[in-house]
Design a protein around this ligand. Structure first.
Ligand code: HZT
Ligand code: MN
Ligand code: MN
Length: 405
């Protein structure tokens, strides 16, 4: 007879086995080893087995499950609403598993002296390999952030940029993975000189404080207050001078919708009066940024992050678009839809495409939004940690939780 185990593997077994009989047991063990399939495990140190092979029954691991303060775990009605959410969650969990494996592998080899473009592309290619897809059915949800030092967010190398990671750099890797538009948006910070560790610890703890408070019916303003309290209770000494650590006040977390990295809810990371609540069925990116500088964002040159304006796309006179524009628009529509992209992602689809003028035009027309790199003042150091959570009917699920952060 056959049975299916948790990994979807057919297992042979026999009725009425005499377990005391050693010969029969040995025979059974020998038989079980001849099974057509055997539970696959991931290769180490480099993960190479696609997650669909590791979990053929799509039983991707749940994230961290947290009870709400007013526990809904045993609420019968809430339990019955879980079903509607399950399909989205399975896709999100698959994306989360790929996120964990790709980022943990990347963390193991990133070192000063490496080119930033090499770091990003290696991690991105690992996502594509483990997901066995690269496009609207699954892949990278946005350009991989690899902002360094005073650069807070939304920096990724543009083609031909040759910046190399330095010993005293503070590197934020912000990776977006999606499956059928269910996006995991999660980021972490790395440093190679331990003097920066207190900054990283303060920001990781602040994000944890935010994640802890988040939940169904929680007012969004409660999160910023807790985050700021934790962030600004620590300081850091770098080269003999002590600096306070400040929240980057103009950045915030956000809800996430299908194929849309930000919905219409923002989660400020300082004291605020956003009375809106988190609601059942929503996904949120809880992210905090800390800085040794003033904690204000300034736009930088050299934009790399672009995304279709899905808020209020204006009507545009089609005569302003030439044949070349239409070709670029077609590539963007088909490959990214409403997902954010960068010139590197466009070039790997069509290395001959002349896209820059069209992108500039589309930004000018308001059809595309640009998200320039954001920076604090020169000489400051900034850090980010970010998790994606699901506000489930019966509990909160920290989808991107790993044993690294
Ligand atoms: C925009 C464009 C991208 C969303 C947050 C974020 C990285 O700052 C409402 C609230 C990627 C992400 C985003 F290419 N941004 N999370 N991780 N950046 S945001 C935002 O623009 S919009 C926050
Ligand atoms: Mn992010
Ligand atoms: Mn985010």
């Amino acid at each position: 007879m056959c049975d299916i185990n948790d990994n979807g593997v057919e297992e042979e077994w026999e009725d009425d086995v005499e377990w005391s009989n050693k010969a029969e047991m040995d025979d059974l063990i020998a038989k079980s080893k001849q099974c057509k399939q055997w539970p696959k495990s991931q290769t180490a140190p480099e993960p190479t087995v696609p997650v669909s092979v590791l979990f053929p029954n799509r039983n991707f691991p749940e994230g961290q499950i947290c009870d709400y303060t007013t526990s809904r775990r045993n609420d019968k009605e809430a339990q019955s609403r879980e079903e509607e959410f399950e399909k989205e969650l399975v896709d999100a969990r698959k994306a989360a598993e790929v996120h964990r494996q790709a980022r943990q592998w990347t963390r193991s080899w990133v070192k000063p002296g490496m080119n930033l473009q090499y770091i990003c592309e290696s991690m991105e290619n690992k996502v594509r390999e483990l997901l066995q897809s690269d496009g609207l059915e699954g892949g990278l949800a946005f350009p991989t952030g690899c902002s360094i030092n005073e650069i807070i967010a939304h920096y990724t190398p543009n083609p031909g940029e040759e910046r190399v990671l330095q010993e005293n750099d503070v590197l934020k890797l912000d990776l977006g993975v999606h499956v059928n538009g269910r996006i995991i948006d999660s980021a972490f910070t790395m440093c190679f000189n331990p003097v920066f560790q207190p900054l990283l610890d303060a920001v990781r703890d602040s994000t944890e404080a935010g994640v802890r408070i988040a939940g169904v019916d929680v007012r969004i303003c409660e999160i910023g207050e807790a985050v700021q309290e934790v962030m600004e209770s620590s300081e850091i000494e770098i080269g003999g001078t002590t600096s306070s650590i400040k929240c980057v006040s103009d950045l915030c977390g956000h809800n996430i919708c299908q194929y849309k990295i930000h919905g219409n809810k923002r989660v400020p990371i300082i004291k605020n009066n956003v009375k809106e609540k988190m609601e059942e069925g929503e996904f949120f990116a809880i992210e905090t940024f800390g800085s040794t500088g003033p904690g204000y964002c300034m736009d930088m040159d050299g934009c790399s992050h672009f995304m279709r304006n899905y808020e209020a796309p204006p009507k545009v006179d089609p005569s302003v678009l030439n044949r070349s524009d239409l070709k670029v628009i077609d590539v963007i529509q088909r490959n990214f839809g409403t997902l954010a992209f960068c010139p590197r992602y466009v070039e790997r689809i069509d290395s001959n495409l002349k896209y820059q003028k069209t992108i500039n035009k589309l930004v000018h027309l308001g059809l595309l939004n640009d998200y320039p790199p954001l920076t604090d003042v020169d000489g400051s150091f900034t850090s980010q940690f970010e998790h994606t959570i699901a506000i489930r009917p019966t509990c909160k699920e920290v989808l991107s939780r790993g044993d690294d952060y």
